[in-house]
Design a protein around this ligand. Structure first.
Ligand code: ME8
Length: 519
C-alpha cells in the first residue's frame, strides 16, 4: 500500500500572559478544520498547537499576579488546553515552550546558527515593545504628545540598552527575497506577501536575539547570563514538536511544516526571521505561511486593555460548539478580518444550520422513518433532475479541494451550502409527501437522492461541525469506516435497505433566552 502523503500544520503558540480570547479560539478552530479536512482526505496529518510561555511579558504578568512564572504559566496553559478540548479540536500535540524537549532543541538551533557564523556578541540600544515582544527601529515608532512612544503595532515601547547576541539577519536579505520569488505562495494571502516583500526590500538590520535583564527564558548555550529572545524560543517550537534535533524521531518526517497558520500581526516573524534562522541552521523551510485576519468585536481589535475580550468558553456555552465553529469559518473570509456579534451568530445558526441543513435532514429522515420502514429507501430509475442533484453532490469534493489549496474555508462552506440549498429546492420541487398515495416508488427515489446528498454534505462538513455532521451520518446509517473523502461520490452511495436509527434533530433553532441576552 502506498504511504499516505504527510501534512504538518501548526497554529501560532499562544502567549500565556492572560486567558484565551476568541482570537485564539478562532485560530485554533480554523486550523483544526484544515487538519481534519486533510485527515479525511487521506493525509497522514500532524497538527500542533500550544503555548508560548517565556519572555518579559509573561514574567511581568506573573509578577503582577503574585506568582512565580512557572506557576502562572501552568494555570494559563491548562486553560488553553481546556479550550482546545471545549472547542472540539483534534491536535496531535499541545506543545509548551516549557516542555523539557524544547530546551535541547532550541539550544541546538542556536548552536547551528552560531556554527554557521551568524551569531555575534555586541550591545543593543533601541526600542522594545514588551507587549509585542518586538524590537522597533526609531523610524517605526511614534512619539505621542504625552511623551509615550508607540511601536509599529501601536503598543508602548521602552528604551533597552544591554549586551546582546545578534543574528546576522542582514546577510539573509537576498536569500529571503529569492525565497519569496521562488516559492510564490510561501506567504499568503497576497496582501501579506506584498507587505513582507517591501519590508525586506527596504533593508534588514541584524536582530538582537538574547537578553540579560530578566531570566525567564531559555539559557543561551555557553553563556548563561543571557536568555534567548523569546521569538527564537517560540518559533523553534515548530521543530521541537516533531523531534528536532533527533532526526531518527518518528515524527521528524513531518518537517518541514506544510503550513503555519498564524495571525496577520506576526507574519514578519514567520516569513523573515524564521526562514532566516532555518537557512542558517541548514534546516528545510516550511512550505507555506498563512496569515489569517483578526476577529473583531464591534469592529475593534480585542485586547485585554480594551476590555472587550470575549470569553470563548462563554460563547461555546451560549451557542454550542459546532455552531460557533461554523460561524467563525463561514462568516469570516479566511485571510481577512471579520466581525462577530450576537445577531450575526444567531443569523447563521438559524438560517444555515437549523433551517437549511437541519430542517431538510429532519423532514426527509422523518418521512423515511414513517414510510420506508426506517430503512434507506429503494432507488428506482433516476430522472434528469435526480441525476443533476447527485452530480452536484458528487462534484462537491473537487470544489472543496480546490478551495482548500488556499485554505479558503469560507469558500468550502459556501460551496457546500449551495449544495444544501439545491437539495432543498430539489426536495420542495419533487414534493415527496404528495407521492405516498400516487407513486410511492417515486417518493422513495426522491427520498433516496435527498438522503444520499445529505450523506455527502455531512462527510464534507465533518471538518467544521464534527459533532453534528457525525450525528447526521449516524442517522443515515453511515459506518465509521465510510466517513472519509474516499467514500464520497458514486463509490460510497447509501445502500437501500440499510436499517436507520430513529431520526432526531441535529440543529435546534437558537431561541433567545428570557432576558433576550445570550452572551
Ligand atoms: O503572537 N483575531 O501570541 P498571541 C484573530 N506567542 N487572531 C488573533 C487575534 C484576533 N483578535 N488576536 C490574536 C503570539 N490572534 C506569539 C506567537 S508563534 C511562534 C508565537 C492570533 O497569544 C495572533 O495573530 O498574541 C497569533 O497568531 C495567535 O492569535 C496568538 O497570539
Amino acid at each position: 500500500m502506498a504511504t499516505a502523503p504527510k501534512f504538518y500544520l501548526t497554529t501560532a503558540i499562544h502567549y500565556t500572559n492572560g486567558p484565551p480570547h476568541i482570537g485564539h479560539a478562532y485560530e485554533m478552530v480554523a486550523s483544526d478544520a484544515i487538519a481534519r479536512f486533510k485527515r479525511l482526505d487521506g493525509y497522514d496529518v500532524f497538527a500542533m498547537t500550544g503555548t508560548d510561555e517565556h519572555g518579559q511579558k509573561v514574567q511581568r504578568t506573573a509578577a503582577q499576579n503574585g506568582l512565580a512564572p512557572k506557576a502562572y504559566v501552568d494555570q494559563i496553559a491548562e486553560r488553553f488546553q481546556q479550550m482546545e478540548e471545549r472547542l472540539g479540536c483534534s491536535f496531535d500535540r499541545f506543545i509548551r515552550t516549557t516542555d523539557a524537549d524544547h530546551v535541547p532543541s532550541t539550544q541546538e538551533l542556536w548552536r547551528r546558527m552560531e556554527a554557521n557564523g551568524d551569531i555575534y556578541l555586541a550591545k543593543y540600544a533601541g526600542w522594545y515593545s514588551v507587549r509585542d515582544e518586538a524590537f522597533y527601529g526609531e523610524e517605526e515608532t511614534t512619539l505621542l504628545a504625552d511623551g509615550t512612544r508607540l511601536g509599529g503595532q501601536g503598543t508602548p515601547v521602552e528604551w533597552v540598552e544591554e549586551e546582546s547576541y545578534f543574528f546576522r539577519l542582514k546577510a539573509y536579505q537576498d536569500k529571503l527575497l529569492k525565497l519569496y520569488e521562488d516559492v510564490p505562495n510561501f506567504i499568503s494571502p497576497a496582501t501579506r506577501k506584498n507587505e513582507i516583500v517591501s519590508f525586506v526590500k527596504g533593508g534588514l538590520e541584524d536582530l538582537s536575539i538574547s537578553r540579560t535583564t530578566f531570566d525567564w527564558g531559555l539559557p543561551v548555550p555557553g553563556d548563561e547570563r543571557h536568555v534567548m529572545y523569546v521569538w527564537v524560543d517560540a518559533l523553534n517550537n515548530y521543530v521541537t514538536g516533531c523531534g528536532f534535533p533527533d532526526e531518527t524521531d518518528p515524527r521528524w518526517h513531518y518537517w518541514p511544516a506544510d503550513v503555519h497558520i498564524i495571525g496577520k500581526d506576526i507574519v514578519r516573524f514567520h516569513t523573515v526571521y524564521w526562514p532566516a534562522f532555518l537557512m542558517s541552521a541548514g534546516l528545510p523551510l516550511p512550505k507555506r505561511v498563512f496569515g489569517h485576519g483578526f476577529l473583531l468585536s464591534k469592529g475593534e481589535k480585542m485586547s485585554k486593555s480594551l476590555g472587550n475580550v470575549v470569553d470563548p468558553f462563554a460563547l461555546a456555552d451560549a451557542y454550542g460548539v459546532d455552531q460557533l465553529r461554523y460561524f467563525f469559518l463561514r462568516e469570516v473570509s479566511f485571510g481577512q478580518d471579520g466581525n462577530h456579534s450576537h445577531e450575526a451568530i444567531v443569523g447563521r445558526i438559524n438560517a444555515d444550520l437549523a433551517n437549511d441543513l437541519g430542517n431538510l435532514a429532519q423532514r426527509s429522515l422523518s418521512m423515511i422513518a414513517k414510510n420506508c420502514d426506517g430503512m434507506v429507501p429503494a432507488r428506482g430509475a433516476l430522472t434528469e433532475g435526480d441525476e443533476a442533484m447527485l452530480a452536484l453532490a458528487d462534484g462537491a469534493l473537487g470544489k472543496a479541494r480546490a478551495a482548500m489549496q488556499d485554505f479558503a474555508l469560507h469558500v468550502v462552506l459556501a460551496d457546500l451550502w449551495a449544495v444544501v440549498a439545491e437539495a432543498n429546492r430539489y426536495f420542495a420541487a419533487n414534493e415527496p409527501w404528495r407521492l405516498t398515495k400516487t407513486d410511492p416508488a417515486r417518493r422513495d427515489t426522491v427520498l433516496y437522492v435527498t438522503a444520499e446528498t445529505l450523506r455527502q454534505v455531512a462527510i464534507l462538513a465533518l471538518p467544521v461541525i464534527p459533532d453534528a455532521a457525525g450525528k447526521l451520518l449516524d442517522l443515515l446509517g453511515v459506518g465509521q469506516d465510510a466517513r472519509n473523502f474516499s467514500a464520497l461520490g458514486e463509490g460510497g452511495r447509501l445502500v437501500s435497505g440499510t436499517a436507520l436509527p430513529a431520526p432526531s434533530a441535529i440543529f435546534p433553532r437558537f431561541v433567545e433566552p428570557e432576558d433576550g441576552q445570550a452572551a
